[in-house]
Design a protein around this ligand. Sequence first.
Ligand SMILES: [Zn+2]
Length: 626
Amino acid sequence: MKKIVLLSFLIVGFNNTFSQTSYWQQHVDYKMDVSMDVKTYQYKGKQELIYTNNSPDTLHRVFYHLYNNAFQPNSEMDLRLQSIKDPDGRMVNKIEVDGKTIKESRISKLQPNEIGYLHISNFKQDGEIAAAKEVETILEVTLAKPILPGKSSTFTLDFEGQVPNQIRRSGRNNKEGVELSMSQWYPKMAEFDFEGWHADAYVAREFHGVWGNFDVKINIDKEYVLGGTGYLQNGNEIGHNYENEGFDVKISKKQKTLTWHFVAPNVHDFTWAADKNYIHDVVKTSFGTTLHFLYKNKSETIENWKQAEPKTVELMQLYNNTIGKYPYNQYSVIQGGDGGMEYAMCTLILGEGKLDGLVGVIAHEMAHAWFQGVLASNESKHPWMDEGFTTFLEDFGLYELSDKKGENLIFGSYRGYRKLVDSGKEQPLSTHGDRFDENKSYSTASYSKGELFLTQLEYLIGRANLMKTLKKYFHDFKFKHPTPNDIKRTAERISGANLDWYLIDWTETTNTIDYGIKEVSEDTISSKIILERIGRTPMPIDLLVEYSNGTKESFYIPLRMMSYEKENPTPEIKRTILNDWAWGNPNYQIAIPKSKSEIKKITIDASGLMADVKLDNNVYEKNKKE
Ligand SMILES: [Zn+2]
């Protein structure tokens, strides 16, 4: 009887709708019909969105993103661009005024027929009119009737857009001549999760979306070749190398436009690009994913793209093996936009320049297919989770791919991070992507310090555990919205180490690591080494001792708050595990029994994986002291 009572208590406990342990996510089913006028770059569409409220909350309002409205003079994006100290070079014109170079916002100069816009009308919820208010890049909708937990509602609306002159990511006629880069082009439902609404205005970066399904029909001049998110349903009506092999596509001369029908299951965004002069290559891989390459038919760049194709296949195979299999049957690399940007099932990248650069961008953007495409962390709120982890995979992929193995690419990120610390401009990784004072601080933090979160995790729990952590993280959180605690908790589950302190120090503060060798003395019985913790951030210590006879020995000082001992990272060197080091004590003393040979050199962290900000006190060399 008692047991039964207890059990029902437990069930009630777990069913508590506000329980923090039960994960839920909202769900969307989009249907869109859009037609593009390629003369004015204006488009019109209808959207039907079935929104399912899986949250424990009753919703009275919903929010959409209208990203295109950022590309207008005096928008929040424009004003930010004009006021930030180091504006993105792609978004400004450099002009000379009185002998001085001024950076002028390109958005501020857009003419009415060049701006971007996205306006909606006729908003209805289940056939009833609902109040929808456009606030620049956000649409605030007051629902006609609340949506209860577990219930769905159908939203319908009409939209009208204009593709802006290409400024950032999306737009028309970019500098490489790609006509249409259609990212963030439609009214996109904002994400609502356990933290509430993420209806971030489009100021600079970046994106977040609701998991769901897209069914999109795009009507456009028949000369255009399209690529993007989703599987084309009617390749045999379209051609352009989308038809079945050997199929004779018949399009009458009278027909002016084609309607491309894409279906994208289980994604959180939908992007496309179009150009009259795209070459469209289809590459089938041995692991089942079909790769599409769409790039301008320009004699100078074709060879690079052809050479990049097998390298893309190789990279994808590597990423599959390292993180877990890319779960869609299709991925597209498309020339468009600027630089490179990740989207669902595809990327838009610049396509000119050197082969190395092209492969480098693909290595980065395709890694995002895992860290953002499938593991959809919030890019605005935790930019380090997608950019940092992507940089980790990119560096790993490019290093594996390279014929000449030089220095591991990750060490560039260590140098970048140390430079940022020295500059005094570091802000915590937990800073919202738009709230960094300078773009440079954002990039170094998100890409480099974010990558170091993982490489330093290797220092903490060992290489094998790090790689297992990444696989488990992918397995447990694919098609979800993981948060910082999820990667930390996964590493804890895999290794058994306590890592809460690491997540806090590394991502929520600008605390730094600085350990040093304070003193080395020798008497007749032993050598005494005093280490000191100078920085605020704690770390376990790997100490390498080299003797004058050429032998080496290592010592491992576990960190007390980790309650953990990692495996010997260099099994070829004999290792002694010492007593743990409690953070509160700034000093730690080691006594090594005197051997026949003298100590020649002592090094804190010979691997270089610990991001100590002052390296000169990490090494003691006997002869140097004398
Ligand atoms: Zn990136």
